[in-house]
Design a protein around this ligand. Structure first.
Ligand code: ARG
Length: 471
């Protein structure tokens, strides 16, 4: 089969070279975007008088025919045609004859592939914001249902201070909000058109890049042709955003795994989201969060991979850059899988309120509050800390918790103690005493939920607007 670029060659390409250099096995995922970009490009060629309108119409029709074949799975890709761009162009020529060869006027695969990836990634970014919105919604739903649920809060994975379960969940809502904002911000840098940069230096044809940008809803056009074809920052940025997002998901995953263990029993994941063991009949394993935790590694790997590919690459296009795709596609797939499962898994998760409460009753997570009690009575906090340290030690030695102590026992440690200490030490009192903006007090958490609901509505609007814009 003759190559689209075969003119200056005297020999057939070595078969192994063909296999080694072809990208069609993975860049076929860019088929829709490739046709979309070509349609805008050829319209522009007509509008600028570079191609006669009848050729433009023929090419457009041909492109639609090829797109139909691709969608129906009828187009057989070949590695002889190396990548998606040449497979489509070749098929176009097969369909409409040599006129199809006019499509590539004033264009290079270098600006073409970059355009395809910009088109592809901006759609995915909008989808991810939508999926994050759904996950936040599921977390909010659980938070609303657990505004009175108290559990131990941890530092060093040691019980620290009691908190509302809603407060804990809302921490993740905040993290995912930053992920949303990062993705939304990155959209500005993705939504820039490289087409028209040619191979690297621009083109001799009197093209209109801004017209193409308008057709494809790009906000702007790359200012420098070398940069346009060499830039993969927007993919690196996406992989970085994805890495941070996966890091958040893996932290939540780890907590779900811990919380669903018999040792904690704080939550139970729905049967539909767990799997069993082939040998141990009693097992119900939290495979989904475990796998999300595990897959975080491959997303980080994809980020490091692309950073390393781009490191020290001279301008402009180098074949190395073909390595930008698999990591991006893999990250998209990994993220989609995780996010699509997480929202319903959180929504259906059963919360064992009694078990959480029981844990709070059997710990010293109210110790800070009696130190604060003494400090409020005028004892320097550092001294109060020491006094309560001794009180806790006494409890541990006598197998008691703070609320089990009689007033006389308290008084052994300080004469400042009085009956009101028993109210101060109640978990509800401990939680509600943290009535500071961003704290775990019930009214603060309620306010945080309301703020999050407002943001959620704004995100939903953004998704609708940008889905339209990214088509
Ligand atoms: N398949 C190539 C890639 O993904 C397309 C660009 C090829 N350009 C070239 N001059 N060989 O990077």
């Amino acid at each position: 089969m003759s190559k689209l670029w075969g003119g200056r060659f005297t020999k057939q390409t070595n078969r192994l070279v063909e296999q080694y250099t072809a990208s069609i096995s993975f860049d076929k995922l860019l088929a829709e975007e490739d046709v979309q970009g070509s349609l805008a490009h050829v319209s522009m060629l007509g509008k600028c008088g570079i191609l006669p309108e009848e050729d433009v119409e023929k090419i457009k029709e041909g492109l639609h025919t090829v797109l139909g074949q691709i969608r129906r799975g009828e187009l057989e890709y070949s590695i002889e045609n190396e990548d998606i761009h040449m497979n489509i162009e070749k098929q176009l020529i097969d369909e409409i004859g040599p006129i199809g060869g006019k499509l590539h006027t004033g264009r290079s695969r270098n600006d073409q592939v970059a355009t395809d990836m910009h088109l592809y990634l901006r759609k995915r970014v909008v989808e991810f914001v939508g999926l994050l919105h759904d996950l936040q919604e599921a977390l909010l739903e659980q938070a609303r249902a657990n505004q009175e649920t108290i559990l131990p809060g941890y530092t060093h994975l040691q019980r620290a201070q009691p908190i509302l379960f809603a407060h804990h969940l809302m921490a993740y809502v905040s993290m995912f909000q930053r992920d949303i904002e990062r993705l939304q911000d990155s959209y500005r840098r993705i939504n820039v058109l490289p087409l028209g940069a040619g191979a690297l230096a621009g083109t001799t044809f009197p093209i209109d890049r801004h017209y193409v940008a308008e057709q494809l809803h790009f906000d702007s056009v790359y200012e420098n042709s070398l940069d346009a074809v060499s830039d993969r920052d927007f993919i690196i940025e996406f992989l970085a955003d994805a890495s941070i997002l996966m890091m958040h998901l893996s932290r939540l995953s780890e907590e779900l795994v811990l919380w669903s263990s018999t040792e904690f029993r704080f939550v139970e994941l729905d049967d539909a989201f767990c799997t069993g063991s082939s040998i141990m009949p009693q097992k119900k394993n939290p495979d989904v969060p475990e796998l999300v935790r595990g897959k975080t590694g491959r997303v980080y790997g994809n980020l490091m991979g692309l950073l390393t590919v781009l490191k020290s690459l001279p301008l402009a296009y180098n074949k190395d850059m073909q390595e930008d795709k698999e990591g991006m596609f893999d990250t998209v797939e990994t993220l989609q899988g995780a996010l699509k499962l997480f929202a319903p898994m959180i929504a259906t998760m059963k919360v064992n309120r009694e078990q959480m409460r029981d844990a709070v009753n059997k710990d010293f997570s109210n110790a800070t509050d009696i130190a604060d009690f003494l400090a409020n009575k005028g004892m320097p906090f550092r001294q109060a800390h020491e006094v309560i340290g001794k009180t806790v030690l006494y409890c541990i030695q006598n197998n008691k918790f703070l609320l089990d102590l009689k007033l006389e026992e308290f008084k052994q440690f300080s004469s400042m103690f009085d009956e009101s200490i028993y109210d101060v030490l109640q978990p509800e009192a401990v939680v509600n005493a943290r009535n500071v903006y961003g704290g775990t007090a019930s009214c603060q958490v309620t306010a945080a939920v309301v703020r999050a609901e407002t943001r959620l509505a704004a995100t939903a609007d953004w998704v609708v607007e940008y889905t339209e814009k990214s088509k």
